[in-house]
Design a protein around this ligand. Structure first.
Ligand code: KG4
Length: 338
């Protein structure tokens, strides 16, 4: 019998629905919310309202594109957290009521686990290349930076994580200071290609173990620009590409330093990248250089790096195989749990 999962993602500012049948992706629809651009960051209340407007059309479109009738669905998987509470409530409430109306089970999905399991989404006519268990995953997004030891689809251990800001926040907050649009990560990436990564150097944290910290970098970047602009008011405009290249190199150095340490200590050479920041071209290139040192590197397809429901549906699929369903009164959660 076919196992057909509807996945729903609404943890931040993307409303997404996807259909996965027997592990193969049939559709993945994402509605982005441009309403936040003018505020330079996500406004939680506006995100929640936009999810309410988008959720039904997005789910209808995902069903239409997949050619699946809702009566064929085996279960509905939804992002339970972490994320913005008002946003999570929309996807969670929709998933529960839709599944109840159809008389099918619901599956709660951890957003971070979903980013990692995005590596296991199969697509029709695409040769699969999945990491083998156990593997180490560098999970870098707008809200999290973690090194995770992935033992199986449903067993993961956090080896290290940020004690303050996430890598994506470092990109976004520093780019805001340079006057770039929100979210700044992709703009820094693009400008960095034309700049010199050695032009400027910024402070790197000295944190024990495998944990990260990015708040010091943000402050050092801010003070550096303040001092330079006092000497030359056009400093940012004249040096934007070099600033982006140097900032990006610093963030990548910080991320890779701990990842290399973890790979050595755990003696696991299957290494994957996941999360929104894994779209960064510099980070992807740097990861691939480690193949020369014997790592097997797995980079997610760019479409599955930022928030999407395909990753929720594939996680739901593996939980369905374990009959790991949840009850209708399970509430969403906003903080990190894995
Ligand atoms: O995974 P994601 O969509 O959201 C969370 O779950 O947090 O990640 C969004 C983050 C933002 O901080 C964005 O600036 C960053 O991913 N990002 C990038 C790139 N594309 C997205 N950062 C650096 N380079 C990119 N190309």
């Amino acid at each position: 019998m076919d196992i057909t999962i509807l996945g729903i993602e609404s943890s931040c500012d993307d409303t997404s629905a996807a259909i996965i049948q027997n592990g193969v992706l049939l559709s993945n629809v994402i509605a982005n919310q441009s309403v936040h651009e003018m505020y330079g960051g996500v406004v939680p209340e506006l995100a929640s309202r936009a999810h309410q407007k988008n959720i039904i059309p997005v789910v209808s479109e995902a069903l239409r594109r997949s050619g699946i009738d809702k009566s064929q669905l085996s279960a509905v998987a939804f992002t339970r957290g972490p994320g913005l509470m008002g946003s999570l409530l929309v996807g969670t409430s929709f998933a529960k009521s839709f599944a109840q109306a159809l008389g099918i089970p619901i599956i709660d999905v951890n957003h971070l686990q979903a980013h990692i399991l995005a590596h296991f989404i199969k697509e029709p006519d695409v040769e699969p290349k999945h990491p083998k268990f156990p593997f180490i995953c560098l999970l870098v997004s707008g809200g999290n930076s973690q090194i995770v030891l992935v033992k199986s689809y449903n067993e993961m251990e956090i080896i290290g994580q940020t004690i303050d800001d996430a890598a994506g926040e470092a990109f976004d907050k520093c780019s805001k200071v340079m006057g770039l649009p929100y979210p700044g990560g992709p703009f820094v990436d693009k400008l960095a290609k034309q700049g010199n990564p050695m032009a400027f150097s910024f402070s790197k944290p000295h944190i024990a173990g495998y944990d990260y910290s990015f708040s010091g970098l943000k402050t050092s970047f801010l003070y550096f620009l303040r001092d330079k602009q006092a000497e030359n008011p056009n400093f940012i405009v004249e040096n934007k590409a070099d600033l982006c290249a140097s900032l990006q190199k610093t963030i990548i150095d910080i991320l890779m330093d701990k990842l290399v340490k973890a790979v050595k200590a755990l003696k696991v050479k299957e290494v994957a990248l996941a999360g929104g920041v894994s779209a960064n071209s510099g980070l992807r290139e740097r990861m691939l250089t480690y193949e020369r040192r014997g790592w097997n590197v797995y980079l997610p397809k760019p479409a599955f790096t930022t928030d999407n429901a395909a990753m929720v549906a594939i996680t739901g699929y593996y939980k369905f195989l374990d009959k790991d369903f949840c009850s209708v009164d399970l509430p969403p959660f906003s903080k990190v749990v894995i």
